[in-house]
Design a protein around this ligand. Structure first.
Ligand code: ZLM
Ligand code: CA
Ligand code: ZN
Length: 399
């Protein structure tokens, strides 16, 4: 039976649905759900599946979504279809879609040549119900004590709001999963290592003392980087004050600055001050070096060290996907993090096995751990300032 670095075996549950992997945001769209099929194929080829319990579940229901989302928005997601939308005479659905930011270009997007962040795609409703169903099944496994770590790489859609889509996210499976965990666990910690700010989750829980949200993200100040929120000074409100923590960083973050100077000291303080009963980690892989959108320089092992850190805290852990736009990097990362979850990361070889998708890994020399730049562009003063801001906010927690 598998044991881990700390000698303690973890019971790991894993969700994968091939129905999600075939969803298509559009030929040139940067979001490619097939990266989850690539991750799964890699996980299987490394022999990791027998070390986990496969979570079989039914899709979420309309009722499940309404725990967070507005009725009108849920109905829109249910009723809209690519052909329905393009029936231009259906003015009503078109107006509703525009209000909910689904498929309709806003002014910026018109300027982008009519591309949308949140297109009306084939099978949209089924896709939403399935990825949300996976995160809910994972939360149920943790709440029932059936699992120590539960994984849904197709979840982690942190931008979706109660009444609108945002940043490729339609349904906020993270909010739904946290709401479910709160039935069992008194305090839930949410940690977000996607390169983008976890705005949808923060917004919903910013006044809730039971949930602490921590997002590490790129923030360029006046130089807009999506979604433009997540300043160090945004700390939550009311009973949730100081239970929102934002760690804004400039492009170019490398392993040493991210992990040793920020993530570890900040999370040590969060863990001892907040003392969560369960942790949800959004593992957006767009913070990796070479991502099409991100601009950070993390290695696969640096990114996975965040998973390792939270695993070693021995609190029920929900691992979710999120962003990640260079698909071979994403699959390498989430496969390696699956190995970390089951305590097998030291046993899996760096050479990517032949498994049908190996041609995708040519650019990285068919190695799981592809090289990242050694030289850092990050100034020590800048990192120290970010760390001091975060620790100052944390000192206010439980004062
Ligand atoms: N335009 N195609 C992260 C979500 C990031 C808003 C600028 C849309 C893109 C991007 C879409 C081909 C997560 C914005 C962008 C173009 C208004 C964003 C379609 C390229 C393409 O080539 C593209 C038809 C597309 C979208 C780039 N969009 C880059 N950045 C962000 C959203 C989601 O990783 O955090 C979690 C899953 N949107 O910057 C615009 C302002 C829309
Ligand atoms: Ca983030
Ligand atoms: Zn992202």
């Amino acid at each position: 039976s598998p044991s881990c670095g700390d000698g303690r075996k973890r019971n790991v549950c894993y969700y994968y649905d091939s129905g999600i992997a075939n969803v298509d945001y559009g030929a040139e769209h940067v979001m490619v759900p097939r990266r989850v099929a690539m991750t799964h194929a890699l996980v299987a080829s490394y022999g990791l599946l027998p070390h986990m319990t496969r979570l079989r579940t039914t899709p979420a229901t309309e009722h499940d979504l309404r725990a967070f989302h507005d009725d009108g928005y849920v109905r829109l997601l249910r009723d809209i279809s690519p052909d329905g939308y393009y029936r231009r005479h259906d003015n009503n659905i078109r107006a509703r879609a525009r209000a909910c930011r689904v498929g309709v270009p806003d002014e910026d997007e018109e300027a982008d040549g009519g591309h949308y962040d949140n297109p009306v795609i084939d099978g949209l409703w089924d896709y939403c119900l399935r990825y949300a169903g996976g995160s809910l099944a994972a939360a149920r496994a943790l709440a029932a004590g059936r699992s120590d770590i539960a994984i849904n790489w197709s979840g982690g859609m942190h931008h979706a709001c109660s009444g609108k889509a945002s940043g490729f996210c339609y349904v906020n499976d993270i909010v739904l999963a946290i709401q479910h965990l709160l039935d069992t666990f008194a305090r839930v910690l949410y940690v977000d290592i996607d390169v983008h700010h976890g705005d949808g989750v923060e917004e919903h829980f910013k006044g809730d003392e039971r949930v602490m949200t921590v997002s590490f993200h790129r923030y360029d100040g006046d130089q807009y980087f999506f979604p433009g929120t997540g300043k160090a000074g945004d700390v939550g409100e009311g009973k949730g004050k100081y239970r929102t923590l934002n760690v804004p960083m400039k492009a170019g973050m490398d392993d040493a600055s991210y992990l040793h100077s920020l993530f570890v000291p900040i999370m040590d303080t969060v863990m001892s001050r907040f003392q969560p009963d369960a942790v949800v980690l959004q593992c957006g892989a767009d913070s990796l070096y070479g991502d099409r959108l991100g601009g950070f320089n993390l290695s696969v092992s640096g990114h996975a060290a965040c998973v390792s850190y939270l695993r070693s805290c021995n609190v029920p852990l929900l691992l979710l996907g999120g962003g990640g736009y260079t698909v071979n990097h994403v699959a390498s990362c989430w496969c390696y993090e699956t190995a970390v979850a089951v305590g097998k990361e030291e046993e899996i070889p760096d050479d990517i096995p032949h498994h049908g998708y190996e041609h995708y890994y040519r650019d990285q020399g068919y190695k799981l751990h592809y090289p990242v730049p050694k030289k850092s562009s990050i100034k020590k003063e800048d990192i120290d300032k970010i760390k001091q801001d975060a620790l100052a906010n944390l000192r206010m927690l439980n004062e």
